[in-house]
Ligand binder design. Structure first.
Ligand code: 8DG
Length: 136
């Protein structure tokens, strides 16, 4: 059966860096670096879902600033994920990871370019995320 799920992801900013997290080695896509976030629960508002997911994955309580971009990908030939990606801010940089991730990094532009999954980097370029990180 073909399914579409909606996920929310955060570009969490702190001290001129953003938070990237490495998927646990044992999970699907293990070892790849991404922005924190996850799937929207039925009936949930996207921004509430993002706050909940980031809290679960990192222990951070973020404030959602504004939408950065929307994107879509197939994680499997019959499974589509619609991604809503938001800029977020946090008052502290202290991260406590869940079992879903093995490592985290407060990354600047060059670290992001080196680490993050190519499909995410392509979205960052397409939607001019880097210039927005320095200018606001
Ligand atoms: N193209 C693109 N893909 C992204 C971005 N951010 C992001 O996490 N991804 C990818 C990584 C994942 O393969 C996919 C969906 O993330 P997800 O957390 O819902 O995970 P998943 O579908 O693999 O499901 P699960 O294993 O966590 O249950 O999206 C992005 O900004 N652009």
């Amino acid at each position: 059966m073909m399914t579409i799920v909606t996920a929310v992801k955060g570009i969490v900013r702190y001290d001129n860096r953003i938070l990237i997290v490495q998927r646990a080695a044992a999970d699907s896509g293990g070892g790849t670096w991404e922005c924190p976030g996850g799937k929207i629960d039925f009936g949930e508002q996207p921004e509430d879902s993002l706050i909940r997911e980031i809290e679960e994955e990192t222990g951070l309580t973020v404030i959602v600033d504004r939408i950065a971009y929307a994107s879509s990908l197939l994680t499997h030939p019959d499974r589509q994920v619609i991604l809503l990606v938001y800029f977020c801010i946090t008052a502290t940089g202290t991260v406590e990871l869940s079992d879903e991730h093995d490592a985290y990094l407060w990354a600047d532009e060059s670290m992001i370019r080196k680490q993050i999954a190519p499909s995410i980097l392509a979205d960052f370029e397409r939607h001019q995320i880097f210039p927005q990180l320095v200018s606001s």
